[in-house]
Design a binder for this molecule. Structure first.
Ligand code: F6P
Length: 356
């Protein structure tokens, strides 16, 4: 069986652990397994590039961050656009899949990667997806690999920010990745004991944020930690189209809600307020033990699906079990935080503010 593996979209910790597990499974359990890495995600497949992933290449990468294959973002919308040569990117990928003689393609990626994987399946390629993202927003799986490592990194960062916030008696806004979904902000915010959590799923009222900060200070709490997802929205911006929101923010020289919120807090409460954007720290570095185990189990399971000839699926976690979903069922869907769900209700019950 000739197997291709690619990693697509934003990277995260655990990608190499998955690649290794697919390889270890296939070399031990699939007759005549030949494994190839496709560089730079779908970019490599579009260009028809691949290279052998021999056993020695898979050795020593379990705990390595990033991806040994490289990755790139290839917007889904452009996949079916026909170029001057009369071919779309999708046409090129299918042609290159066939030319390489692949029997199976593993696509490690997030929601966008899964949409393209579903298209490839419809065109006759044998695809198995694996759910990667620090955002934890892939539909149909309880958790994605890379998420827990990011939770650890963000929690540790907030812990550190807390000590300087306490020393100076400041309000600290910590901006955390997650454009559409607030999972990372919610989990790490709770784990780090943030006072307030602002996520895209619960638009916030700046006035309520200020009231909360003032109340907190009145109670004698010398500082405030506000965990803010990069996609958090003030209620006034909910009805704006994406382009209108970008326009409003770029007029202030900003892309997210954090800086403006900091100005409002400082003006209205008098609390000295600072913003700390965690950025790509959240995507880098060695995977935590949880992610190493999860990534290994997902990769091994994906290998087993290939052996059984089960294609057009993506591996998923349901409870404590590893399972799979049809790509056609999950493509184009997201898993969001339920504003009325158990974890938000719990957070509210212990006094964490959401300003919604
Ligand atoms: O999808 C993962 C993610 O880290 C998001 O949380 C973030 O908005 C985005 O990627 C950043 O993407 P890029 O690597 O293209 O800057």
């Amino acid at each position: 069986m000739k197997i291709g593996i690619l990693t697509s979209g934003g990277d995260c910790s655990g990608l190499n652990a998955v690649i290794r597990a697919i390889g270890l499974y296939a070399y031990s359990n699939i007759k005549n397994a030949e494994i190839y890495g496709i560089p730079d995600g779908y970019g490599g497949l579009i260009r028809g590039e691949y290279f052998p992933l021999k056993k020695d290449v898979l050795s020593g990468i379990l705990d390595r961050g990033g991806t040994i294959l490289g990755t790139s973002r290839q917007p889904f919308k452009q996949m079916t656009v026909v170029s001057e040569s009369g071919e779309s990117r999708l046409d090129k990928m299918c042609a290159n899949y066939k030319k390489a003689g692949f029997d199976c393609l593993f696509t490690l990626g997030g929601a966008g990667t899964h949409k393209t994987a579903a298209l490839l399946c419809m065109e006759g390629c044998n695809v198995i997806g694996l759910p990667k993202t620090i955002d934890n927003d892939i539909y149909g799986t309880d958790i994605t690999f890379g998420f827990q490592t990011a939770v650890e990194v963000v929690t540790d960062s907030i812990d550190r920010i807390k000590t300087t916030a306490a020393s100076h008696g400041r309000t600290m806004i910590v901006e955390i990745m997650g454009n559409k979904a607030g999972w990372l902000t919610l989990h790490s915010g709770i784990a780090a004991g943030a006072d307030m959590i602002l996520i895209p799923e619960l638009p916030f009222e700046p006035e309520k944020v200020c009231e909360f900060v003032s109340e907190n200070l009145k109670k004698g709490n010398g500082y405030n930690i506000i965990a803010v997802a990069e996609g958090a929205l003030p209620a006034s911006e909910v009805k704006l189209k994406k382009s209108e929101r970008t326009f409003v923010r770029s007029a202030r020289g900003e892309t997210t809600a954090s800086m403006h919120l900091a100005e409002i807090i400082q003006q209205q409460t008098g609390s000295e307020t600072r913003v700390s954007v965690l950025g790509y720290l959240q995507r880098g570095g060695t995977p935590c033990a949880y992610d190493r185990l999860l990534a290994s189990r997902l990769g091994g399971f994906a290998g087993q699906l290939a052996k059984e000839g089960k294609f057009g699926v993506t591996v998923a976690v349901s409870g404590s079990k590893i399972t799979f979903n049809a790509l056609s069922e999950i493509a184009g869907k997201y898993k969001f935080v339920d504003p009325n769900g158990q974890i938000v209700s719990f957070a509210k019950s212990i006094g964490i503010g959401f300003a919604d």
